[in-house]
Write a protein that binds this ligand. Structure first.
Ligand code: ZN
Length: 274
């Protein structure tokens, strides 16, 4: 896995990638928060959840430091104790908490698929479960309230609010389109293009195996993902191939915050990603 900066760099080298004027690197507050986050009684028997935990902690710290405008609580990592623990810390620290449904892309870019299919998939994929958007400023919380009431978010907003590169968010959305395109291929083949049967397969969430070359190719494209170190996003092809440095730059900033607060957090995240 590529590391944004060499392991031999000193702490000051790492910190130099951060614009300290724009960040509130109150190390005592960040260290205290990390200590409280580590005390949340997570069920560590779930190994997948345990592996995500150190990164979630870094995301909370990055939000507190002002690098990441919004920490998204309960999406992906949805351990109950974690959600309640982080909410209690956020309330204690006077942060803004906006509760609402998971935001969805403003444009799903699926015009190449029939309208009935797009409508049905949008209905079946809509997850009404509430998540929590936590931020430091009133301005951002007002923006979040508007997004939550609309239910939709643009690529630019998602990239800016979560501190992800726009190129990587854009490709993440394209990956979502491939998932829907593959589903369409699978149900059309299994139902021999009979729309009523295709609807039935989707509504009953019937599992259909991949068989054709085209299906295999779509599956390979949508699962070709490379996590950006020390972040919660996947790199786009330009960032993972080195054509763009956008993801690496953001990774370096997140790593610098972890290293500034507590080196053991860096080790935990590195271990979890192996
Ligand atoms: Zn990218």
């Amino acid at each position: 896995m590529p590391t944004p900066l060499s392991r031999s760099c000193s702490v000051s080298d790492y910190v130099s990638v951060l614009d300290e004027k724009e960040l509130s690197l109150d190390k005592i507050r960040l260290r205290n928060t990390l200590r409280k986050l580590r005390q949340i009684p997570i069920d560590r028997k779930d190994r997948a959840d345990s592996a995500m935990l150190p990164q979630e902690m870094l995301d909370v710290l990055a939000m507190l430091a002002g690098l990441k405008p919004v920490y998204l609580l309960g999406r992906g990592f949805d351990d109950r104790a974690w959600i309640e623990g982080v909410l209690a810390i956020a309330k204690f620290q006077g942060l803004h908490i906006v509760a609402g449904p998971k935001w969805m892309p403003a444009s799903r870019g699926l015009d190449f698929l029939p309208e009935w299919f797009r409508t049905l998939v949008a209905e079946t994929q809509t997850d009404k479960a509430s998540v929590y958007y936590i931020c430091r400023t009133r301005t951002i919380s007002e923006e979040l309230k508007a997004i939550v009431s609309d239910g939709q978010i643009t690529i630019e907003q998602e990239a800016r609010l979560l501190c992800y590169p726009e190129c990587c968010v854009s490709e993440h959305y394209q990956r979502g389109q491939l998932v829907d395109a593959l589903l369409y291929k699978l149900v059309s083949r299994a139902a021999k293009n009979d729309e009523a049967k295709m609807r039935e397969l989707i509504l009953n969430d019937v599992s259909i195996g991949i068989e054709t070359e085209e299906e295999r190719s779509l599956y390979a494209q949508m699962t070709n993902m490379h996590a950006a170190p020390f972040t919660s996003f996947h790199m786009c092809s330009d960032c993972s191939s080195g054509k763009s440095n956008a993801a690496n730059l953001i990774s370096a900033k997140f790593e610098a915050i972890a290293r500034t607060v507590d080196g053991t957090l860096v080790d935990q995240i590195t271990l979890a990603s192996l």
